[in-house]
Design a binder for this molecule. Structure first.
Ligand code: NAD
Length: 458
């Protein structure tokens, strides 16, 4: 069987990719199991050298990878380049930090008689089931540290980012990662489900809450490590002491960058009543200045909706639900009149409240609700009124005040005067429906290992 690859910007088929059936998936699992011990024995310095070649290959062929990514997902080309450039910094972090993070540690030396050590062993063969919105970022957050620490990886790219997945596999193999150690599993959800049927040692998933739940249920029988990086409904609060225009521009970018299709996009905004009118005016002006159109043009900011009509219908239904309940649509919210592909004019809504889907359910597109609040306490209460807990932002000149508000917000990442940002040096984790486990930082290296406790009496 083959899967068609459709460029969401044009609606045209741009490739065909073989889909793996259950027999193929089992074969790839067995090959990974057979190849993993030699990869582990190869040692960290040899693995570092191979992954460094992969990093350099991405840097050398950044234009090729960016164009493939744009055609796969409808992501504006400048943002594809940004993803790949940002990736290099992540690779550099992993390459620099793995050795010290997983070095065997002596924790007790009792005179001459007793030594205790902690050794970090790889998990074994892991499954990495991934999303399409930042396929290079979310894929390599898992497979780069997993490979460095000696695991074999069965990587299932999203069916909406297949060509990028194939490119990753080609670059990794050409850098020297053996074909059994990193293998692509291609298909839709059923291929992901079939992969979970194999006796893998860990599952690292990035995607929606609904799929995350199915994965957790399937993995529960297995007693293996399960990491779930899921959606968000990330709030930003703008206090009354800010440079209003700068805060409006920054949060408009945080809401609409990557066509709003980021797990840490700003998804709802609360604004102090004293500056509300000016903020809304500046925000709408900024959004109206974003150029929507052909993702292959350098100055395009809003690209196509990667999931096409399904995403459009969902976003339009959120806007309609809000409008029916009294929201005002200040701009956008309708299918853009383009020659081909599926695009949504970025939407800004006010007069919103928490009865509306747009303030409760992840939109994952270029739509945003802005709500007026009377003080910090009301903002904090509303920020916490959610099942999610990925990130939360406060814009405020007074850092102590911002810190106090964010200390009381249940989210894995807290932003002061910034938003929609991920750092390789900091753990990336969600709370509540945003997931369990983490990637990035030294914790996100260690997570691909399990400790062996050595008790050595001489
Ligand atoms: P999705 O859940 O539809 O699909 C994710 C992956 O799961 C795909 O590869 C898909 O084929 C596979 N899959 C689907 N059903 C499956 C099943 N039953 N068993 C096994 N695998 C299955 O999600 P998506 O649309 O690709 O991604 C968007 C979501 O990802 C958003 O909610 C977004 O917030 C989230 N996301 C989170 C992070 C994070 O770091 N927290 C990062 C990026 C994206």
């Amino acid at each position: 069987m083959e899967l068609e690859v459709i460029n969401p910007a044009t609606g045209k088929v741009i490739g065909k990719v073989p889909a793996d059936d259950n027999t193929n998936i089992e074969r790839k699992y067995k090959a990974a199991r057979a190849a993993q011990p030699a990869w582990q024995r190869l040692g960290l310095s040899a693995r570092l050298e191979i992954l460094k070649k992969f990093r350099d290959r991405v840097e050398k062929d950044i234009e090729e990878a960016a164009l493939v990514l744009t055609r796969d997902t409808g992501k504006p080309i400048s943002q594809s380049r940004n993803e790949l450039k940002g990736l290099l910094a992540r690779f550099d972090f992993f390459l620099a930090e793995t050795e010290t993070t997983v070095a065997t540690e002596t924790v007790l030396r009792d005179g001459t008689a007793l030594v205790e050590e902690i050794e970090h062993e790889p998990l074994g063969v892991i499954a990495n089931i991934s999303a399409w919105n930042y396929p290079w970022f979310v894929g390599s957050n898992v497979y780069v540290p997993a490979l460095l620490t000696g695991n074999a990886v069965l990587y299932k790219p999203s069916e909406f980012a297949l060509l990028s997945g194939h490119l990753m596999e080609r670059y990794l193999h050409e850098a020297g990662v053996p074909s059994g150690v990193f293998a692509l599993v291609c298909g839709r959800g059923d291929a992901g489900a079939a992969l979970l049927e194999q006796p893998i040692d860990g599952i690292f998933f990035t995607g929606s809450v609904a799929t995350g739940r199915k994965i957790a249920e399937a993995a529960a029988k297995k007693f293996i490590k399960v990491q779930l990086e899921l959606g968000g409904k990330d709030p930003a609060y703008i206090t009354d002491d800010v440079d209003v225009k700068a805060a409006a521009e920054a949060t408009a970018d945080g809401a609409m960058y990557n066509t709003g299709q980021s797990c840490c996009s700003v998804e709802r905004i609360y604004v102090h009543e004293k500056i509300y009118d000016q903020f809304v005016q500046n925000f709408v002006e900024t959004v109206k200045s974003f150029r929507l159109g052909d993702p292959e043009q350098n100055d395009t900011y809003i690209g196509a909706l990667t999931r096409g009509k399904a995403a459009l219908d969902f976003l339009e239904s959120q806007v309609t639900d809000a409008a029916k309940k009294g929201a005002k649509v200040l701009t956008g919210g309708k299918k853009a009149a383009t020659a081909s592909g599926v695009y949504l004019e970025p939407a800004v809504l006010t007069e919103v409240n928490h009865e509306m889907e747009i303030m409760r359910e992840e939109s994952f597109g270029p739509v945003i609700g802005i709500m007026k609040v009377k003080d910090d306490a009301e903002a904090q209460k509303l920020m916490n009124d959610t099942q999610y807990g990925l990130t939360a932002a406060v814009y405020c000149r007074d850092q102590n005040r911002a810190r106090e508000i964010l200390k009381g917000v249940n989210a894995g990442s807290a932003y002061i005067n910034c938003c929609d940002r991920v750092s390789p040096r900091l753990p990336w984790s969600g709370r509540g429906a945003s997931g369990v486990g983490l990637t990035l930082s030294t914790y996100g290296i260690e997570t691909f290992t399990r400790p062996k406790a050595w008790h050595i009496r001489s």
